[in-house]
Design a protein around this ligand. Structure first.
Ligand code: PMV
Length: 330
């Protein structure tokens, strides 16, 4: 927690209402970026170097309840989390950015309905749900733009989880972070499918925060990344408007692999992919050359997210038995 963060929170909350409730609760969906956020221009305010575009995962995400108590207690999926665990530490550190809530502690109950086996990051939906539950507890009545900026302080990708559907997080330019927030694209695509191919459940050796910093500081290839990311967003937006799936898929896949190229060319190298990830990438290429429209995206980890349309669900599921299929617009 820094003075800059505390001041930022104060500014966002100035003029907020004050209608406190005894309990605050909220749900936020998880999201997967089609054009990735990779690199910070300000670590304190979590300001990105480039804009990003994601799709939220509908009913898959985090539900959080929060109450005032004498001493802090954090529960995850019904079980009390040890106070030294990184999940409890990050949650409580974030809550201490809000000192004026008239309590010495919080009880936070978080339920993730994203199967843990899916290997999906829960920090995006987690911080978005936490901010929205706090808003409910305090009765601030903040608009989504402000909620997105507060969620951003917890985790960059959380700024996008405040919304459903396709979402764009504008990097912004202001050093004070007031123009860096997410907005919904207000487009749906009922046939859009995401398949989660779990390669590993293990916690990644280098988290995204450190991974980004290392890449920005040491990767020669990173120099070309911001321009590519901003170009890819425009291409993907146009593809969503035109429902042009091959263009969306190709651009999202290329964007993810370009991001991994910047990671690999960092020093020490960041290699999140495992041999099974590479195997799956080859299999997707083979399927495409056999005429099946399937593409992939990968975050800072080994797990693969397949992108395809409803009509190809059977073909993709046959090629990847055990695939978990998500319908983001249902
Ligand atoms: O918001 P963070 O710190 O979890 O970073 C997210 C980074 C990526 O998942 C790799 C990309 C993205 O835009 O979600």
């Amino acid at each position: 927690m820094s003075d800059i963060q505390t001041q930022f929170v104060k500014n966002i909350l100035s003029g907020a209402k004050n209608n406190p409730n005894s309990c605050g609760s909220a749900f936020a969906p998880s999201n997967i970026a089609l054009s990735k956020y990779w690199g910070k221009r300000d670590a304190d305010l979590n300001l990105p170097i480039n804009s990003s575009l994601s799709v939220s995962l509908g009913a898959l995400g985090t539900r959080t309840e929060i109450r005032r108590t004498d001493c802090d207690a954090v529960y995850l999926n019904g079980l009390k989390v040890d106070g030294h665990d990184s999940f409890a530490l990050r949650t409580l550190e974030f809550l201490h950015l809000f000192p004026d809530l008239g309590t010495s502690g919080f009880e936070v109950r978080t339920e993730n309905n994203i199967p843990t086996a899916a290997g999906l990051a829960s920090s995006a939906s987690g911080f978005a749900a936490l901010v929205m539950a706090l808003d409910d507890l305090a009765g601030w009545g903040l608009d989504k733009k402000k909620l997105s900026m507060l969620a951003r302080l917890g985790s960059g990708s959380a700024s996008r989880s405040v919304f459903d559907g396709f979402v764009q997080w504008n990097a912004g330019e202001n050093p004070d972070g007031t123009d860096s927030y997410a907005e919904p694209l207000s487009r749906d695509w009922k046939e859009f499918r995401i398949g989660i191919l779990e390669i590993s459940k293990a916690r990644k050796p280098v988290g995204s925060r450190d991974g980004m910093n290392r890449t920005v500081q040491t990767s020669e290839l990173y120099k070309s990344w911001p321009a590519q990311a901003n170009r890819d967003i425009e291409t993907i937006r146009a593809a969503i408007d035109a429902k042009d799936f091959p263009t969306l898929g190709k651009t999202a896949e290329n964007n993810a692999l370009a991001m991994h190229a910047t990671m690999m060319s960092a020093w020490p190298p960041l290699i999140y992919l495992q041999s099974e990830s590479i195997e799956a990438i080859h299999q997707v290429q083979r399927l495409r050359s056999d005429g099946l429209e399937v593409y992939l995206t990968i975050d800072a980890g080994p797990n693969i997210k397949l992108l395809f349309l409803e009509k190809n669900t059977e073909g993709v599921s046959e090629a990847f038995p055990g695939l978990q299929c998500i319908q983001p617009f249902e």
